[in-house]
Write a protein that binds this ligand. Sequence first.
Ligand code: FAD
Length: 507
Amino acid sequence: MKPISGDRIHVLNEHDIDTNGDFVLYWMIANRRIHYNPSLQHAISMSFELKKPLIVLEAISTRHQYASDRILTFMIQGMLENQQQFSAHDIRYIPWVSTPIQSGTGLLERISEKAAIVVTDLFPTYHPRKVVESAKKKVKVRFEAIDGNGYLPLSIGNKAFPTAHSFRRHLHDHFIQNWEDIPLENPIPTEHALSIPEEHYQEILSSSSIEPTPLEWIWRVCQGGTIGQTALAALEIDHSVSAVKSYEGGRSSALIRLARFMEDGLRRYHTDRNDLVRCAASGLSPWFHFGHLSTIEVIMQILKREDWDPNMIDPSRRGSRSGWWGLPEPVESFLDQIITWRELGFNFAHYREDHTSIESIPEWAKKSLKEHHQDPRQSYTFEQIENAETEDELWNAAQRQLMRVGIIHNYLRMVWGKRILEWAPNAETAADWMKYLNDKWALDGRDPNSYTGIFWVLGRHDRAWGPERPIFGKVRYMSSANTARKLKVDGYLNRWARDALHSNDYP
Ligand SMILES: Cc1cc2nc3c(=O)[nH]c(=O)nc-3n(C[C@H](O)[C@H](O)[C@H](O)COP(=O)(O)OP(=O)(O)OC[C@H]3O[C@@H](n4cnc5c(N)ncnc54)[C@H](O)[C@@H]3O)c2cc1C
C-alpha cells in the first residue's frame, strides 16, 4: 500500500500505537468517501502494517447549531452509498447518526479503547474542527488527523495567505512536488484481510455500547419527501430547513453532475460562469463540502482529459492567474477557482483561529468600514432580510433560491452579501447575518469557503477600491442595479418569484 504524504498527517496526541489493540479505527467525519481519501488510505496502510483489521465509523452529529433536514438528508444519502461500497469490499463500516437517545457522548472514547490507533479527518472549521479538538483529550491511543482537503497539504502553507495572488505563487511553487504524492483513486486493495469476523465485531459493538443506525431508517431518510420528513421527525434538528429534492448526496449524484460539467460547462466556464440562465459553473460545492467528492478527483480528471503534463508549465507565468498551466482559457479559469480560491480559504481557516470573525479582514478594510460606520443607510430588520422582504427584487429572488434549494447563483452570491453590508446597521452585524443565513440555508455552508466568501464581501483577499462610497468606504462596491444591467435577469426573477411554484427542486 502506497503511504500517503507525511505532510497530510497531523499527530494529535502523544500516545503510542497500542500493539495489543484489536483493530485500526477510521473515524470518518469530513472525507465521507472512498475515492481519493487519504485518511482511508492511511488507515488501510496502518491496518496492513499492524496486521490488524479495519473499522470505519462514519459519524453524523445532530448536535450543532445548523443541523437541519436539509443537511441531514444530503449526508445520509452519502452514508447509504458508503455503506453499500464498504460492504461490497467486505470492510466493517458503522453508520452512526446521533439521536436524542444516543447523543454520542463518550462514543469515540469507548470504541477507541480497543483500537490500536485512531485515524480521523482534518477539517479546518465548524463542527468537525471542534469535535476533533475535544476528542484529543479523550483518545488514549495514537490519534492522527489526515488532511484530505485539497490538492496541496495545508501544512506546507505554514501561514495564512492574504491574497489569491500570494497563494497562487505558493501553489505554483509546490504543485509538482505533490504531483507524485496524490492520494489513490481507490485505496482499498483487491486482496486484503481488513475485515473482522462477525462474532468479534458484535463483541466490539456491545462492549462499546454502539448501536449502528438502522439501515431501514437510513433508507427512509434517503427517500426525502414525506417519508424522509417522518423519519427525521424524531431528531432535535431544524425541520424548517427542508431537504432539497434534486440535490442528492453521495458520490453517484456528484459524478453525474461532474460528467455534465465536463461535457458542457467547462468549455464555456470563462465566459458563462456568471450567466444566470446558461450558468456554466459545476454546481459541485455541496458534494465537496460534505466530502462526497474530492476536488483532487475533479482536477485529475480534467488534467488527464487535457493530456496535461508538467512540461507544459510556463514558469514565466509563476503567480499569474492564467498561462502557467499552458491550458485553454476556460480550463485555467476553472482550475484557478477550484484550487487557488478554494484552497486559499482552507489554508486561511487552518492558520487563523479568527477566520469566522470580522477581526480577520485586512486593516485597510477595518479602518475604511469604521470611517463609514455612521453613514445613513436604508435599514431592514433581520426578519425582513431572512424572509426576502426587501425592495430589491433581484436580491429577494436570490434569498428565496437560498431558502428553497440551498444554493445561490455564484455571481449573485457576491451581490447578496454586498447588499447585506449596505442594509445591516453596521459591518459586524452584516457579517453575523451573512454567516447565520448562509450557514443555516446553504447546502455548502459551514465551510472554509463560506467564510472566504462572506469576509471577501468585507474586503478579505481583496484590495481597496475607488471611488470611496457611503457605507462601503474603500471596500469593493456591487449592486443589484449594476448586475441587472450586466446580466439577463428576467428568467431568474421569474424562476424565484415570491409566488412561483414552491418547489424545492432545482434543475
Ligand atoms: C457571500 C458568499 C458566500 C459564499 N459561501 C460559500 C459557501 O458556503 N460554500 C462554498 O463552497 N462557497 C461559498 N462561496 C464561494 C462561491 O460562491 C462558491 O464556491 C461557488 O458558487 C460554488 O458553486 P460551484 O460549485 O458551481 O462553483 P464552480 O464555479 O463550479 O467552482 C468549482 C469549485 O471551486 C471552488 N470555488 C469556486 N469559486 C470560489 C470562490 N469564489 N471562493 C472559494 N472557492 C471557490 C468551490 O469549491 C467550487 O465548488 C461564497 C461566496 C460568497 C460571495
